[in-house]
Design a binder for this molecule. Structure first.
Ligand code: C2E
Ligand code: CA
Ligand code: CA
Ligand code: CA
Length: 279
């Protein structure tokens, strides 16, 4: 529905009204969801395309709602971003993922990175670096096994500060990935100033890389760019053998997507890791 006068919403847009209503209800219920143990972390493997080994897992948050079932982050992250709840939720995800990665190592599973998404709101917190440092200390996870994923859009609002914060995070010894690469508006001039290790090619390009010459061209250019800046390169959203073959031939380092595995609960991934460690 088109935007109309504010006062007209309730009379002419019952659909929008229902959406707003649902959002308000979710927003209310999201408060305290961490305390009620309704927030979960799912894990999705990142595969080294040369060795075919799992080299990392991305932590992806889920909300186990008492009546709606599993709520996708696409639905509640924007709400949590808007009201600031993303800060405690994001911190909980980070702590949970780091503690879990440490527990896997103690259980004898071959060490892998754990990758955690950072939101704009978290990045704005003045104590972000201290929070990350503290969580690493608390969980005993070696910093090189933690990766944080940031997006261009929120780095570009204050590039000077962003470079400074990223630098401090790098000095902790953790890895940094630029997520959803190719969808933002960043100037290449800024990119070379960002102290990052990894580019993640956005799923929208990978999706039709074998059918759309434009997506293929963008993908090729991103891979070439990453190589010339000596950054690692991951493709997200790999769903088919053809996409995988394409990316592998072009020299992509890592892949993530339903072709390998969907995001799965902790017990499932633990089982998968144990089996591949035994091989
Ligand atoms: P993202 O960071 O780009 O994460 C990748 C998303 O792509 C995940 O969706 C994943 O399930 C999905 N995906 C992976 N492989 C495939 C594939 O082959 N095909 C398709 N169709 N999809 C694939 P998910 O888990 O629903 O998360 C959506 C977004 O929510 C994430 O996008 C991220 O922006 C945000 N998010 C998730 N967890 C967190 C978190 O802990 N903190 C923050 N700030 N944001 C999070
Ligand atoms: Ca991500
Ligand atoms: Ca992404
Ligand atoms: Ca995305």
């Amino acid at each position: 529905a088109k935007q109309q006068g504010r006062s007209q919403y309730q009379f002419y847009s019952p659909e929008i009204n229902a959406q707003l209503q649902e959002r308000l209800v979710l927003e209310n219920e999201l408060r305290g969801a961490v305390e009620r143990n309704e927030i979960l972390v799912y894990y999705q493997p990142l595969i080294d395309l040369h060795t075919r080994q799992v080299v990392a897992l991305e932590a992806l948050v889920r909300w186990q709602h008492p009546t709606h079932g599993l709520v996708s982050p696409a639905k509640f992250i924007p709400i949590a971003e808007a009201n600031g709840l993303i800060v405690p939720i994001g911190e909980w995800v980070l702590r949970t993922a780091c503690a879990q990665n440490r527990a896997w190592q103690l259980a004898g599973i071959s060490p892998i990175r754990i990758s955690v998404n950072l939101s704009a709101r978290q990045f704005e917190q003045p104590n972000l670096v201290e929070v990350v440092r503290q969580i690493l200390e608390e969980t005993g996870l070696e910093p090189s096994y933690l990766e944080l994923e940031v997006t261009e859009s929120f780095l570009m609002s204050d590039i000077q500060r962003s470079v400074q914060i990223l630098q401090q995070l790098r000095e902790l010894g953790i890895c940094l990935a630029l997520d959803d690469f190719g969808t933002g508006y960043s100037s290449l001039n800024y990119l070379k100033r960002l102290p990052i290790n990894m580019l993640k090619i956005d799923r929208s390009f990978v999706q039709d890389v074998t059918s759309n010459p434009d997506s293929a061209a963008v993908t090729d250019a991103i891979i070439a760019l990453a190589k010339s800046l000596r950054l690692n390169i991951t493709a997200e959203g790999v769903e088919t053998q053809d996409q995988l073959d394409y990316l592998q031939i072009r020299g992509c380092d890592e892949g993530q997507g339903f072709y390998f595995s969907r995001p799965v609960p902790v017990d499932t991934i633990t089982q998968m890791l144990k089996e591949s460690s035994r091989q």
